[in-house]
Design a protein around this ligand. Structure first.
Ligand SMILES: Cc1ncc(COP(=O)(O)O)c(C=O)c1O
Length: 440
């Protein structure tokens, strides 16, 4: 099969700014929405011009707004639409829905087919998939429930700044969380320098999950450590995942990798954990799993999944025909477009250029990027490493107004089909934005 040229997926001639965004039509529609729905509940900030943009439609790695501006997208919606308007996935979902929209408790062939398809891209240690019908939050809830039931322990270790869903931390009567420092090398909680630190932050987790002296691991209260294998804007140092896996195994504690954002090819391999050949006990996925259609899954081993109580993970929308179809079609389409390699290849071009910008500009304190997970920290000066929130907002606003859609802060996550050409144009515009803010 001839590989489809990624350049043909998006709107032509991006970026194209016909009126400074958000333009008059965006502002008008935004006002109407705000009058009826507090848009803020969607994480939108009315004070931010970036948030007031109204999307008209999206294709490939581009987004068209209500005023006819066309942006190169560095958000993928919210790190999930790895190709905007993916025709084969839309067709598959539509076909699934026309067979039957939902069956809830009754089963059908697409469930095992979607599970098999997902297992094809996972490490061979996994043999079981639990498919949900909604958000990523549900998948981390299912993972934690499986881990606590399986180990018969009630405490989950989380890392500060790692996000696992709407529930925040687990502080209920049955499950509790302990929050430990994250692996943030640029602003290390332990004031150490990588790699001389020997990845002390992972050792620290190891100490925290050790059973109290005199007790066997089985009597510890820690069920699992959950983390984002790529820790958002500050990233994850090489070796951290390996060390974390080791301390979890030594202490008979499960490792849950929340790959909802870092997975499905975003890092340049199917899973961020693959970079270190680390196999977690439970892997959570959503977002890119279905290219943004509602749907999630946990991938694990039979004995762990069996610890889920009957009926758990079962809700009206779990594993419906649309989700299962979306999973199958997404993975097939990603293979057809070779998107995981594109993420790696274009991600490396982006990283190289960002590191050059970092060496040339006092404001660019840190660059942490892996594939299409890209964090750029804007600082007051390199010596203090103090975050400059105002300059951050200014740079990302200018970048947006020049035609590159971003969140308005220092983390970006483009669709995996971002073309080399669009990446290079975007970086030229980022450089222009940095220079303008520097002058100001
Ligand atoms: C790593 C991670 N875990 C969990 C979630 C929660 O997913 P959802 O918003 O679909 O509930 C998110 C959402 O951004 C995420 O990035």
């Amino acid at each position: 099969m001839v590989k489809k040229d990624l350049n043909t997926l998006g709107y032509p001639n991006a970026p194209k700014i016909v009126t400074t965004p958000p333009g008059p039509k965006s502002e008008e529609i935004y006002k109407k929405i705000m009058a009826r729905i507090p848009l803020i509940v969607y994480g939108s900030n009315p004070a931010s011009p970036v948030s007031r943009l109204i999307w008209e439609s999206a294709k490939g790695d581009t987004v068209r707004d209500a005023d006819g501006n066309i942006f190169i997208d560095w958000t993928a919606g919210y790190h999930m639409a790895n190709v905007h308007s993916p025709t084969p996935v839309i067709e598959a979902v539509s076909k699934g829905a026309s067979r039957m929209v939902n069956t809830a408790n009754w089963s059908f062939d697409l469930r095992y087919k979607a599970a098999d398809k997902l297992l094809e891209i996972c490490p061979s240690e996994f043999d079981t998939v639990v498919i949900g019908g909604g958000s990523g939050t549900e998948s981390t809830l299912a993972a934690v429930q499986a881990a606590t039931n399986f180990t018969k322990r009630n405490t989950i270790v989380q890392l500060a700044t790692h996000y696992h869903g709407q529930h925040g931390t687990w502080q209920g009567p049955n499950i509790k969380s302990i929050i430990l420092p994250s692996c943030n090398c640029y602003n290390c909680a332990f004031k150490m320098e990588y790699p001389d630190c020997g990845i002390f932050c992972a050792e620290f987790v190891g100490e925290a999950i050790k059973p109290p002296a005199g007790l066997s691991a089985r009597k510890s209260s820690i069920a699992a450590v959950i983390l984002e294998p790529w820790a958002r804007a500050h990233g994850t140092p090489k070796g951290f995942l390996t060390k974390l896996r080791k301390v979890c195994t030594e202490n008979d504690v499960l490792l849950i990798a929340d790959e909802i954002t870092s997975g499905m090819g975003r890092s340049g391999k199917w899973w961020m954990c693959d970079w270190e050949n680390v196999v977690p006990d439970i892997l959570c996925t959503a977002k890119g799993l279905t290219m943004g259609f509602p749907g999630n899954a946990i991938v694990t081993r039979k004995e762990i999944a069996a610890a889920l109580p009957p009926g758990s993970g079962i809700h009206s929308y779990a594993a419906n025909a649309m989700v299962c179809s979306a999973i199958i079609a997404t993975i097939d389409y990603m293979n057809e477009l070779d998107l995981v390699n594109n993420s790696d290849k274009v991600g490396k071009i982006i990283t190289k250029r960002l590191l050059e910008l970092q060496s040339e500009h006092e404001m660019i304190g840190s660059v942490q990027a892996k594939g299409m997970n890209i964090g750029v920290t804007v600082v007051k000066d390199k010596a203090s490493r103090e975050l400059d929130r105002e300059a951050t907002m200014k740079i990302f606003l200018k970048w947006f107004q020049k035609g590159v859609l971003n969140y308005g802060y220092s983390w970006t996550s483009p669709p995996l089909c971002l073309t080399k050409e669009h990446a290079e144009t975007s970086l030229d515009l980022l450089e222009e934005s940095i220079k303008e803010v520097e002058k100001e």
